[in-house]
Ligand binder design. Sequence first.
Ligand code: FES
Length: 166
Amino acid sequence: MNMSSSQKPPGSAAPGKKSDKAPGKTNTDPVRRRRFLQKCLGVLGGIGSLMAAYPLIRYIEPPPEAEGSSRVEIDRASVPPGTSRTVIYRGRPTIVVNTSEGYIAYNAVCPHLGCVVKWERGTESLVCPCHGGKFGTDGSVQGGPIPGPLNAVELSVTDDKIIIGA
Ligand code: FES
């Protein structure tokens, strides 16, 4: 784009000419606006961080034990030998495992920091994916930074059902 001598970019004074701003007088509006925008961005960033952290906090913090059903029935066919199934019992994840010695059920919330343990068929143990915690089929600690055993959950078995909380 070619500019003629009469078209100057805003704020530029012709050589030898004084600016039309009064000397010594500063305009503070851009500074105030910048600070205001920085505060707004800070508040929005804080809200965004809280929104991003909420699911993580909900994941780590299991719901209160009093919530949820106090009796859960599942089909035996849904837990074939050597496999597990996790259900919600009294508002908490509860793992039911069909071991070679029969069915077992534990509150699946790891006593370390509250992650949900999984059944590892190959090692016949319950493992925590968060920090490598490991439990035996009796719920005892076999490794990792775990302060105590898993809490057993009462169950009974009928011809076709597993009843948790029986
Ligand atoms: S939360 Fe399970 S080992 Fe840390």
